[in-house]
Structure formats: structure tokens, C-alpha cells
Write a protein that binds this ligand. Structure first.
Ligand SMILES: *Cc1c(COP(=O)(O)O)cnc(C)c1O
Length: 366
């Protein structure tokens, strides 16, 4: 699905130098590279505060903790997402309230979001799924009206840009009260282990999140709140600082791959190519087809037999997961879980390899 080795080969010298630099400094925890990378990411995203942490799941957890939500508070979250988004809500004793998604964009359904709001609703976590932004104009407007916090799960959309209705272009993750992201190796900006970050333009919330990441202390050995231990280690920060310089070219490479898939499948009604929305760029963390009248699992098995990887993100709606069993109707998510198929997409996918993927699929359906 991804070619991390090929990507590394192209920037090997830069990465190796950065790693060696950290080893020479022996500043493995909270070394200067951590803050340097945070500053560079702030500039890249045009956001006031980047708080690095250990992974994207922690980023969500710390953001929720920093908002001071109380057990029983409801947090609205799309039903079609990676488990982490809802997991941290439940872990903190908050109540995840699942809502369905839009069948074309895969993003949280705005009407469902609106009708799920109760007196106990305190926050919403839109997920910029697969690399394109949720409808942030509508989400912010509803959240403002209802006094809700907005945490954007940007684990799949770092570098995506959205043009808001006032005409201003903003980075995904930098519009709500918090944004969170992951630097898991296969994410669009991936390190060589685990990593994550919390994003915010609110200096007070930033100070809280920073404190929570560091055992709830502002001053060493003085603990004001219950926190966690969540850090981005210096080696990962040094690697990320190198890769950040290439992020725009990585996004371009992904968009080129996506355009070739679009071209290959556009005239066949059995394949529904990913819809683009007008006001958001797409960074294609995943290129996800919807199969229409074709047995998705049979296609996937045939691809595997022929050595072509593909993935189903996600096979089970969150409400049907044993951990989350929730009553409710999520017909769009249920259908999507049966229809979606994500194809290989990465920064180093050659046209030749991509053609093999395309030809194998076309051969199966002939
Ligand atoms: C990857 C991912 C996460 C979690 O990130 P980790 O770094 O693996 O903890 C959260 N939300 C979404 C949508 C993701 O894709």
C-alpha cells in the first residue's frame, strides 16, 4: 500500500544526517529538534501552537482533557472512522455519540450532526477522512450557535487546505478549538516510529494541553492537574523536520496517482471515484473507490492472488464493534463498509506499478 523504503532512499542523506545529529547530541528526550520541528510545523500550517506528543491517539485524548469535559458529556463523532477517534472519548468517561456520514464525501453528515445535539453535547470531532476536509464552515457555524468545542481529527489530512466562506484559506486542523494529527509511518507526514501533535490557535488551550502532556506540571515536580506522559522523541522530531520540507511534493505525488486512478475508472459505473469538494484540497491519505454492483471482497481477494495489495478502510461500522455496540441507524456507514476499497497510493508509486493495479482490477471485472 505504501513504499516507505523508496521514500527513504530519496532523502537518505538528509535523514541519516539528522539522526546522527541527535545521537551525537544524546539529547534523546525534549532535545532542541523537538521545538524546532514544532516551530516549522507552526509556520507551515500557519497555526499559533503545535504541541508534539507521542501519537495521534494521545493527541485526541489530551485535547479532550484540556477542554475540561466531564463524565457524561456527549461528544459527537462520525461512525465511519478509525477507532481511535471514538475510543479516547469513551476512555475519558465521556459519551461518544455516533452519527452517519455523507455517502459521497465520507465526511460527517451535517444534518445528522445537528440533530444529534442534546443539552449534554459539549464537543464534536469531525474527521478529515482520507485526506479531504469535512465541511468546516457548517461545523463551525453549528458549533458556535450551540456552544460546542470542535476538535478536528487531522491524522489523515495534514497539509490539506480549505477555503472558508470568508475566502480565507486555512490548513486542516487549524480551524476548530483543537486539531490533532498522527505521524505514524504510513501517514502523509510519517516518522520512523510513533508520533503525533496537537494544533491550536488558542494560547490558553495550548498551555493546558502542553501541561497535560507533561504529567500536568508547569514547573518541574509541581503538578497542577492530572496529566499523562506523552512526548515526541527527538529522533522522530529530527526525521519529521526533514520530511516536512518535502510534504508539499508528497501531496502532489499522491494527487498525481489519484488523477491516474480517476482517469482509469471514470467511465465505468461499477466504480465510483472519490468525490472532490470545491473548497478543500485533497491530500489522498487514501484513494478509496466505492464498488457498485461488484463483489468488493472478491475483487480484493483477486488482487491479493495477483500480488496487488488493497485495503478496506473500514470493514465494520463503529456502532457494530463489540467495544462500542450502540443502538442507532447508520445506513450510509453500513453500506460504505461493504463497498469501499482503498488502492495503493504513495509518493513513490511508479506509473508502471499503478498500471498493474488498474489492469488487474479491470481484468477481474471483464
Ligand atoms: C491514524 C489515526 C489516528 C491515530 O493515530 P496514532 O498515531 O496511530 O495513534 C486517529 N484518527 C485517525 C482518523 C487516524 O487515521
Amino acid at each position: 500500500m505504501v513504499d516507505l523504503k523508496g521514500q527513504y532512499q530519496k532523502i537518505k542523506h538528509e535523514v541519516d544526517d539528522a539522526i546522527q545529529g541527535v545521537i551525537d547530541s544524546t539529547s534523546f528526550i525534549n532535545g532542541p529538534k523537538v521545538q524546532e520541528f514544532a516551530k516549522n510545523l507552526e509556520n507551515y500550517l500557519d497555526v499559533k501552537h503545535v504541541i508534539p506528543c507521542a501519537n495521534g491517539t494521545d493527541a485526541l485524548q489530551v485535547a479532550l482533557m484540556a477542554l475540561g469535559l466531564k463524565p457524561g458529556d456527549e461528544v459527537i463523532v462520525p461512525c465511519f472512522t478509525y477507532v481511535a477517534t471514538a475510543e479516547v472519548i469513551a476512555l475519558l468517561g465521556l459519551t461518544p455519540v455516533l452519527v452517519d456520514v455523507d455517502p459521497d464525501t465520507f465526511q460527517i453528515d451535517i444534518h445528522q450532526f445537528k440533530s444529534a445535539i442534546t443539552a449534554d453535547t459539549k464537543a464534536v470531532v469531525p474527521v478529515h477522512l482520507f485526506g479531504q476536509c469535512s465541511d468546516m464552515d457548517a461545523i463551525m457555524e453549528i458549533a458556535d450557535e450551540q456552544g460546542l468545542f470542535v476538535i478536528e481529527d487531522t491524522a489523515q489530512a495534514i497539509g490539506a487546505k480549505i477555503t472558508m466562506k470568508d475566502g480565507v484559506q486555512r490548513s486542516a486542523g487549524c480551524i476548530g478549538h483543537f486539531g490533532t494529527t498522527s505521524f505514524f509511518p504510513s501517514k502523509n507526514l510519517g516518522c520512523y516510529g510513533d508520533g503525533g501533535a496537537i494544533l491550536t490557535n488558542d494560547s490558553e488551550l495550548a498551555a493546558k494541553a502542553k501541561m497535560i502532556c507533561n504529567h500536568g506540571q508547569k514547573k518541574k515536580y509541581y503538578h497542577s492537574v492530572i496529566g499523562v506522559n506523552s512526548r515526541l522523541d527527538t529522533l522522530q522530531a529530527a526525521i519529521l523536520d526533514v520530511k516536512l520540507k518535502h510534504l508539499d511534493s508528497y501531496s502532489d505525488a499522491r494527487r498525481k496517482v489519484a488523477a491516474r486512478y480517476d482517469e482509469a475508472f471514470k467511465n465505468d459505473p461499477r466504480f465510483i471515484t472519490p468525490k472532490r469538494v470545491e473548497n478543500s484540497t485533497h491530500v489522498f491519505h487514501q484513494y478509496t473507490l466505492k464498488l457498485n454492483g461488484v463483489d468488493r471482497d472478491a475483487v480484493k481477494a483477486y488482487l491479493a492472488e495477483n500480488g496487488v495489495p488493497s485495503m478496506v478502510y473500514y470493514p465494520v461500522p463503529l456502532n457494530e464493534q463489540e467495544a462500542f455496540k450502540t443502538v442507532g441507524n447508520f445506513p450510509v456507514t453500513v453500506d460504505l463498509c461493504k463497498q469501499v476499497l482503498s488502492l495503493p497510493i504513495c509518493t513513490e508509486l511508479s506509473e508502471e506499478n499503478q498500471n498493474t493495479v488498474i489492469q488487474t482490477i479491470l481484468k477481474f471485472i471483464k
